[in-house]
Design a protein around this ligand. Structure first.
Ligand SMILES: C[S@@+](CC[C@H](N)C(=O)[O-])C[C@H]1O[C@@H](n2cnc3c(N)ncnc32)[C@H](O)[C@@H]1O
Length: 157
């Protein structure tokens, strides 16, 4: 199963970049994972927050095709433990899902259009994280999920 994490805007924060690099390298041993960063619109003049959200939403959806199973990372989504998330992933793998796409919203969240396309909403906590931090948290959880599936000693209950 191919897994693509799509997010908005590059980050210059060394800590986030380093964290992402560590886990994306490790993930290579487990799955076909890709991180796709689409340009943000923060420097486009005269855009209201609502317009930025709409336009970023449209850009996010360009990375999605009809057959993808689309998971929105959203603080109002379903909270799963790491073990539950691992089982959720495994379930997708054994079902007919060949491409899982996870979307991270921009600073103002998702547009209605994106919410309508999502197949599932996943929360990593009820707290709100920056759209840059959440990408690092997610890749660590994805790595953790694979180690749980394989019974490897990374996750301890
Ligand atoms: C700064 S947050 C946007 C907050 C926005 N006010 C909202 O209501 O969604 C930017 C993005 O980070 C992701 N995000 C932030 N906190 C999250 C959490 N606890 N669980 C999952 N995703 C989260 C979401 O994709 C969100 O669209």
């Amino acid at each position: 199963m191919k897994i693509t994490l799509v997010c908005i805007g590059k980050t210059d924060d060394r800590h986030i970049l380093d964290g992402i690099e560590v886990y994306t390298k490790r993930l290579k041993h487990y799955c076909n994972f890709q991180l796709q960063v689409i340009p943000d619109l923060k420097n486009v003049k005269n855009l209201s927050q609502e317009q930025q959200k709409e336009k970023e939403g449209a850009l996010l959806l360009k990375s999605v095709s009809n057959q993808d199973f689309v998971i929105l990372l959203d603080e109002r989504g379903k909270e799963l433990s790491s073990v539950e998330f691992s089982a959720f992933l495994e379930k997708q793998m054994v079902s007919s899902v060949s491409s899982l796409v996870l979307l991270i919203g921009g600073p103002y969240g998702f547009s209605e259009e994106v919410y309508n396309r999502g197949n599932y909403k996943l929360s990593l906590s009820r707290m709100t994280f920056s759209h840059q931090m959440i990408r690092m948290f997610f890749v660590e959880q994805l790595y953790r999920a694979y180690t749980i599936m394989r019974g490897e000693p990374y996750h301890h209950e």
